[in-house]
Ligand binder design. Structure first.
Ligand SMILES: Nc1ncnc2c1ncn2[C@@H]1O[C@H](COP(=O)(O)OP(=O)(O)OP(=O)(O)O)[C@@H](O)[C@H]1O
Ligand SMILES: [Mg+2]
Length: 325
C-alpha cells in the first residue's frame, strides 16, 4: 500500500520574530533577553504537525526568496518536501514583543509580499502536479495582496475535480467566497467567529451551529468542525454530530490550536477513523500544540493521554420544521 500523502498550501507564510524584553517601555531604551525567528503560517504549521505524526508531507505556497533559512531548516528537520514557489523579496515578518514579567505580548504584523501573476501561474501548475500523487490537500491561512478572493474556491474545485480530499481553513472574504462556490471543500474547520462572519449571522446556540454546519454539508462539504477555543468543538457530518470537550490544561501558547485540530482531522481521515475517534484525535493534537511552544506534537504516549481525557458526546439533531407558507 502506498503511504497517504498530504500537501499543504500556504499563500501567506510569515517569519515570526519573537523578542523577549521583560518590563519594556514604549518610547524608551529597553534591554532585551532573547530573540528568535520561527517559520510560521497555517499551512506550514499543519505540515509540521502532520510530519510529526509520521505522514508523508509536501508543503507548497509562496515564499519570499530573501529569508528562507528558517523555513528550509524546518522542512529539512521534519522531512517535509519543499515545493514552495520562491518570489523575489522577503517573506513578511510578524514581530512579537514578549514581556515575560507582565505576561503580555505585543504583536506587529507586517504586510505580505504581493503575489505576481507569474508566481501564481507557477503555483497553480505545481498544485496540478501534486494532485497526481497526493491524497489530501490542506489549504490554509490568509490570502496575500495580488491573489483574488476566489483563489481557494478555484483550487478546491480543481483538486476535488481530480478526486482529491480537500480541507480549507481560512477566514474573511476568502472563506465566504469558498463557502458560496459551486464546489465546497470536503473538510471545513472554521472557529465560531470565522463561521459567523462568513455566514453573516450570529450563531448563539448549539442548534444554530448545527443548522449552519448542515447548510454547508448540503452544499457538498463532508465534515464541518466548528471550534470554540477552550469550550471545544462541534463536529458534524451528514448523518452524525459529536461534541468534543478538552480537559483543562496548562496553556503555554494557544498559537496553532486550530492548525493542530485540522491536522488531527486529516490524520483521522488518512486512517479512516469514525467521527467520535476523529474528534478525540483532533482535540488531542490541539492539546499537544497548546502545551508547548511552536507547531510541534508531543510524543504519542502524551497524545494518547490527552485523547483519553477528551469528553466526546453524540449530539442529536433534527432538521428544524420548515414554516408552512
Ligand atoms: N485554552 C484552551 N484549553 C483547552 N483546549 C483549547 C484551548 N484553546 C483551544 N483549545 C483546543 O483547540 C481547539 C481549537 O482551538 P480554537 O477554536 O481556538 O481554534 P482557532 O481559533 O482556529 O485557532 P488558530 O488561532 O490556531 O487558528 C479547540 O476546539 C480546543 O479543543
Ligand atoms: Mg484557526
Amino acid at each position: 500500500m502506498t503511504p497517504f500523502r498530504v500537501a499543504t498550501l500556504t499563500l501567506n507564510p510569515a517569519l515570526d520574530l519573537t523578542v523577549r524584553a521583560d518590563g519594556w517601555r514604549k518610547g524608551g531604551v529597553n534591554l532585551g533577553q532573547s530573540l528568535q525567528f520561527d517559520a510560521g503560517g497555517k499551512g506550514v504549521n499543519v505540515a509540521s504537525f502532520l510530519a510529526d505524526w509520521g505522514l508523508t508531507v509536501t508543503a507548497t505556497g509562496l515564499l519570499g526568496d530573501e529569508n528562507t533559512e528558517r523555513f528550509e531548516a524546518l522542512f529539512q528537520e521534519k522531512g517535509v518536501r519543499d515545493e514552495f514557489v520562491r518570489v523575489p523579496g522577503p517573506t513578511r515578518v510578524g514581530v512579537k514583543v514578549v514581556d515575560g514579567a507582565a505576561q503580555e505580548t505585543t504583536d506587529i504584523n507586517l504586510p505580505g509580499l504581493a503575489a505576481t501573476p507569474g508566481a501564481l501561474a507557477e503555483l497553480e501548475s505545481r498544485l496540478d502536479a501534486l494532485a497526481a500523487d497526493h491524497d489530501a490537500f490542506v489549504l490554509a491561512g490568509s490570502v496575500p495582496p495580488g491573489v483574488g478572493a476566489d483563489f481557494y474556491a478555484r483550487m478546491v474545485s480543481r483538486l476535488r475535480g481530480a478526486g482529491r480530499f480537500v480541507a480549507l481553513d481560512t477566514s474573511g472574504t476568502a472563506l465566504q467566497t469558498a463557502l458560496t462556490a459551486d464546489v465546497l471543500p470536503n473538510l471545513l474547520k472554521p472557529n465560531i467567529h470565522e463561521l459567523e462572519a462568513a455566514l453573516g449571522r450570529s450563531l448563539t446556540s448549539e442548534e444554530d451551529v448545527l443548522a449552519a454546519a448542515h447548510e454547508l454539508l448540503a452544499r457538498g462539504a463532508e465534515l464541518v468542525a466548528v471550534s470554540q477555543g477552550e469550550r471545544g468543538a462541534l463536529l458534524v457530518t451528514g448523518n452524525e454530530a459529536v461534541r468534543a470537550r478538552p480537559p483543562q490544561v496548562d496553556v503555554v501558547s494557544t498559537v496553532g490550536a486550530g492548525d493542530a485540530m485540522v491536522s488531527g482531522l486529516v490524520s483521522a481521515r488518512a486512517e479512516g477513523l469514525p467521527l467520535a475517534e476523529a474528534a478525540r484525535r483532533a482535540t488531542a493534537f490541539s492539546l499537544g500544540a497548546i502545551t508547548r511552544l511552536g507547531a510541534h506534537l508531543p510524543p504519542r504516549s502524551e497524545l494518547d493521554t490527552f485523547a483519553a481525557q477528551v469528553a466526546v458526546e453524540a449530539v442529536e439533531w433534527r432538521e428544524p420544521m420548515r414554516q408552512k407558507t
